[in-house]
Design a protein around this ligand. Sequence first.
Ligand code: F0G
Length: 408
Amino acid sequence: MIMFKLICIGCKSEYSLNEIIYNCRKCNDLLEVQIDLEEVKDLINRRDLSLKPLSVWKYSELIPIFDKNRIVTINEGGTKLHKCSNLAEELGIKKLYVKNEGENPTGSFKDRGMTVGVTKAREFDSKKVACASTGNTAASLSAYAAKAGLKSIILIPHGAVAIGKLAQSIIYGAKVIAIKGNFDKALSIIIEASKSLGLYLLNSINPFRIEGQKTAAFEVCEQLDWHAPDRLIIPVGNAANIAAYWKGFKEFYELGFIENLPTMIGIQACGASPIVQAIKEKRDFIKPVDNPNTVATAIRIGNPASWKKAINAIKESKGTAESVTDEEILSAQRLLARKEGLFVEPASASSIAGLKKLIELGSIDKDEEIVCVATGHGLKDPDSAIKFYQEPIVIEPNFEILKEVIKG
Ligand code: F0G
C-alpha cells in the first residue's frame, strides 16, 4: 500500500486524502500530494514502464487513487513529443521538441488532471462538480463529468472564452454561466460557491489535478529516452501546470529514473504577467494585475491561484520567467504552424514566443535541448487565426479568374 498524504506548501501541516479540502486550515496556503517514493521504488521500474504505451494511467502507482475500477478515463495522455527541426533551424538552435498537448481527448493538457480529479469526485461520492475557467478547464471538466454521469457547473468570464471551448462545454452538457467580470473574479466566486453549496471544485487548486498533469513530465522523460531536457518552456496562467511538470520531473529524479533535472521557464503574456514581474523583481510574492489583457485568452489571468507553487518551481530549478507581447505570440503561432504543421492556440504559442525571445536575448545556448509545451489545440480558437492572419480570397466560380488568382 503506497502512502500518500496532503501537505500544506506553507506551514507543512498534514491532511488525509479522505477529506475534501483545498487549502490549509491553519494558514490557508495551497496543498500538495506527497508520495512515499521509497515504497513506489519496489513497485515500478524503467524496464516495465518502457513496455507499456504512454498514457496518464500507466503511472497509476504515482497517482493517489484508491479504487482503480472506478477511474473515469477518455484515454488521456500519450501525446507526441514532436522533433521540430525546421523551427529549430529557423531559430538557430539544434534540439527543439514540442510536447503537443492539444492531442488530448478534449484538445488540451487539462484532461490529464481531470481524469484524476473527476475520479476523485466519484470517490468522494460528489454529484456536482464545478470550476471557473478561461475555457479549457471547462471543456475538460464538462467532458469528464459527462463520462462519469455527474453534473458540471462552469463559470466563465463573459465574452472572453474562445468559441471552440465554449462549444465543447455546451455539447458535453455542462451548465455554463458567464459572469460580467474576469477569470480571477469567477474563480473567487466559484470557490465560495463550492464551499457553501457542496460542489466538488476542480480548479487546479485541487491538488489531485496536479497529480494527473505531472504525467506529462514523465512522458517527456520517456520520450527523450529517459532523461529530462535542459530546459522546459511552458505557458503560465493560473500557474499550476508549471508546478505539475516540476513535481513530475522531481519524482522521476528521486525514483532514479532520470539523472538530470531541467530548468523551468514560465512564459506569460505581457498584459497578464504577475509572476514574470515577481521573478524579475526578485520578489517571493506576486502583485496581482487588475485588468489582465492578452489575445491569449486562456492565460488572461491577473491573480494566479498557484503563483507560489510556480515561483517555487522556477526558483528550485534555477529557471526564469519571461513575458511576450500579443504580436510575438501570434507570430510564434504562425511560425509553428508553417514550419512544423502544428496548429496550437495563442496561449500555447507563448512558449515558442518565449523561446524566440530568450534566444534573441542570448539567454539560451544553441546546443541546449529544449522542450516547449504546447498546451492546447489551435481549433479551439479559430476566430483569432482568421481575424489576425488572413480572410479567404472570395472569387466568382470561374476558371479564368481562379487561374489569375493562383498565378498572382
Ligand atoms: N495554456 C492553455 C491552453 C490553458 O488553457 C491554460 C490554462 C494554460 C496554458 C495555463 O496553465 O493555468 O496551469 O498555468 N487555462 C485555465 C482554464 C486557466 O481555465 O482553462 P496554468
